[in-house]
Design a protein around this ligand. Structure first.
Ligand SMILES: [Zn+2]
Length: 286
């Protein structure tokens, strides 16, 4: 699908740009190949320019089904602000397995992950919210295979974990996590955050941490050391407060960063510097 497909046709409100950050940061996980709820995808160049204007000058684009992964491997060459990640999403793996196409899909993902600007294998993991018991074996097989790909190619692993905390941690312990592992859109509690930190993982927080009812998540954030933290949008979804329900995009990252700084009781510039450094350490230079 063309990345240039229309804007202004959706009728959805567009939040005003937040106040720019004092130092540049990275949106470490978003999906610029898709629009929200069937909307057309955003204009890529404009989206990246809007983000850079408020201090979000680098973005990790995640393509997590085959077509999106192919698209991701193309656009990372066209836009220096982008690095990429590729995978078969945990909810995509059972569909491919049912069609007898999972192995072939994994082979293609591994080939795309060799691209010099694809630095992430992900998002992969377990999702017990959208996939029922019948899809779990395929999900597990796919998760294990992605972990192996990340290790073979020395890529950073980004984990999707929805309602599957214990099993995600168990699989990572059993198979052996790659040296650089990120819990994307972290959704666990304080105990789980502590366990991830002990294991050497990084934790990436999305707009969910700004939601009024997310006290448990803010408590989890409060125990993560600065050198293990990342920020992301997971755009087009999970739009930070006060814009829940609007289409999310990388230019809204400052809203999440400011809430995180408040929870951590550090200055915004201190947090921005850490987020930027951590991203470059995990993904390499842009
Ligand atoms: Zn995602």
């Amino acid at each position: 699908m063309s990345a240039e497909a229309g804007e202004g046709v959706t009728g959805r409100a567009t939040p005003a740009p937040p106040h720019p950050l004092p130092l540049p940061v990275v949106d470490n996980h978003c999906h610029l190949d898709m629009g929200r709820d069937g909307d057309p995808p955003p204009d890529l160049a404009r989206t990246l320019a809007q983000a850079a204007a408020v201090g979000v000058d680098r973005v990790v684009q995640i393509g997590c089904e085959l077509e999106a992964a192919e698209w991701t491997a193309r656009v990372v060459d066209e836009h220096p602000e982008l690095l990429g990640g590729v995978a078969l999403h945990p909810n995509e793996a059972p569909r491919l397995a049912a069609a007898g196409a999972l192995d072939e899909g994994l082979t293609r993902i591994e080939a795309l992950a060799r691209h010099q600007r694809i630095r992430v294998v992900g998002e992969t993991g377990l999702d017990y919210y959208r996939t029922g018991p019948e899809g779990r074996q395929a999900q597990l097989d796919s998760f294990r295979a992605h972990i192996e790909i990340a290790k073979r190619l020395d890529r950073t692993l980004q984990i999707h974990d929805r309602d599957a905390h214990d099993d995600v941690l168990a699989v990572l312990a059993e198979v052996g996590a790659p040296e650089r592992t990120v819990m994307h859109c972290f959704s666990g509690d304080m105990d789980m955050a502590g366990e991830c930190v002990r294991r050497g993982y990084h934790l990436s927080f999305a707009g969910t941490v700004t939601f009024k009812n997310a006290r448990g998540l803010r408590n989890a954030l409060s125990v993560v050391p600065l050198d293990r933290l990342l920020v992301e949008t997971d755009a087009p979804y999970l739009t930070p407060s006060p814009h829940r329900g609007a289409t999310n995009a990388p230019y809204l990252v400052p809203l999440t960063v400011r809430v995180m700084a408040g929870v951590l009781n550090v200055s915004v510039p201190t947090l921005c510097a850490a987020l930027s450094e951590n991203s470059e350490r995990l993904y390499g230079p842009w």
